[in-house]
Write a protein that binds this ligand. Structure first.
Ligand SMILES: C[S@@+](CC[C@H](N)C(=O)[O-])C[C@H]1O[C@@H](n2cnc3c(N)ncnc32)[C@H](O)[C@@H]1O
Length: 253
């Protein structure tokens, strides 16, 4: 599989930026993960890494009374999220910034670092290392990551993941990385299938349909749309080969 063209990325963001989420995840799974962090202060300071347009950040704002700093390297997502925070009157409690999580330049520490489907961009082991310096003692690091569930995936599944996430491993591989990282593992669980559809693939398929007329006379953009639409279809057919897993870690020393 080839590296996507610049035109592909334009169409990709036209689809993705309008979605409630830019990856699998939903409020119910976030609530379940938060309930596994019983010692959080009443008003935790939270850092959300790779927040996209802020779908899970808004769940965290509903589910906690904390202050949240949310960051993403894709500026248009942050611009869109900032506008939403103004609309919702949340700017006093939630701040969104454009930054690279590899070097976030954040001069603060947090009770909870949250990251859904984003840490893999800088590698899980380096991300765990980086987060250590941003967590208070006893602080939690909660993240999701894609994992293989079955051996020998067919090429239709293997090839797109090889392009986006060549280092993707199994749950056991991630647990081994966590064991070596110095964090304590609180628990982990697999995201429910609804978390792939309700806020992600169902709106994605709707958005693709809405954009088809806009790109009807543009063959490159139309083929980009068709390629984007293959991802939910792949999940329908081969979703048992891979999953998204929530991991809950704590910094106890
Ligand atoms: C799969 S999306 C998940 C977005 C959001 N957390 C969600 O679940 O809806 C991954 C996000 O990570 C962001 N990202 C990728 N590399 C990054 C980096 N080095 N620093 C900050 N954000 C990054 C992307 O821009 C994208 O918004």
């Amino acid at each position: 599989m080839q590296e996507p063209s610049p035109r592909f990325w334009e169409v990709f963001f036209d689809v993705y930026e309008g979605l409630p989420r830019q990856g699998p995840g939903d409020r119910a799974n976030a609530e379940r993960a938060l309930a596994m962090c019983p010692d959080l202060p009443m008003q935790p300071d939270i850092l959300d890494l790779g927040c996209g347009t802020g779908g899970q950040t808004l769940h965290l704002a509903e589910l906690t009374a904390g202050k949240i700093l949310a960051l993403d390297s894709h500026e248009p997502s942050i611009t869109r999220f900032k506008a939403r925070l103004v609309e919702l009157g949340l700017t006093g409690r939630v701040q969104a910034v454009t930054a690279d999580m590899a070097d976030p330049g954040v001069d603060a520490t947090f009770d909870l670092i949250w990251s859904e489907g984003a840490l893999y961009n800088i590698g899980i082991a380096p991300a765990l290392d980086m987060c250590r310096g941003l967590l208070r003692p006893g602080g939690y690091l909660v993240f999701t990551d894609a994992v293989w569930c079955r051996d020998n995936p067919p090429p239709e599944v293997r090839e797109p993941f090889e392009l986006d996430y060549p280092a993707m491993g199994s749950i056991e591989d991630l647990l081994e990385t966590i064991r070596k990282s110095g964090y304590s593992l609180i628990g982990h669980f697999t995201l429910s299938d609804e978390a792939w559809w309700n806020d992600f693939y169902t709106p994605m398929e709707k958005r693709v349909r809405e954009l088809q007329p806009k790109y009807a006379h543009d063959p490159e953009a139309s083929s980009a749309l068709a390629e984007i639409a293959r991802e939910p279809e792949m999940h329908r057919q081969y979703g048992d080969y891979y999953a998204y897993e929530f991991f809950l870690l704590r910094l106890l020393r």
